[in-house]
Design a protein. Structure first.
Length: 138
């Protein structure tokens, strides 16, 4: 199961971006992208479609994860049954077939009490990835 984002994560991510930027270990654009990714994660966790769209319009990558290989924003939206947020992420390029370190895709995070989310995943699952296998979470 994925780890929940904590209040500690945001200051640490922003502090890390500032320190790396200060010492030349990170470009200004990369630091900005880290902050945008944090804003995207925060908006997804709150279930705020407007904030999700704003972060995506400003350049947040819907396929990034923090930490690398961890859950993507789409995986979080699917797990939390946030269908509107998941659709916004998909429409802005989020891939439903990305596999995390745990071997799960967004289809593995679908809950059994939300058939609409399962339909969204089936609809946007790429044919090149083979048949979609949805394992409903309790």
């Amino acid at each position: 199961m994925r780890r929940r984002l904590t209040a500690v994560r945001k200051p640490v991510l922003v502090f890390t971006a500032i320190v790396l930027l200060s010492f030349g270990g990170l470009s200004a654009w990369s630091a900005y992208r880290l902050v945008l990714l944090d804003q995207l994660y925060d908006a997804v966790e709150r279930g705020d479609p407007l904030a999700v769209r704003n972060a995506l319009r400003r350049g947040a990558d819907p396929n990034s994860s923090d930490p690398p290989g961890g859950p993507t924003p789409l995986m979080m939206a699917v797990e939390d049954d946030r269908c509107e947020v998941a659709l916004d992420l998909i429409r802005h390029g989020a891939r439903v077939d990305i596999v995390g370190k745990n071997g799960w895709t967004a289809a593995d995070y679908v809950r059994s009490d939300d058939p609409r989310m399962a339909e969204v995943i089936r609809e946007y699952w790429p044919r090149s990835a083979g048949p979609v296998k949805i394992h409903f979470l309790p």
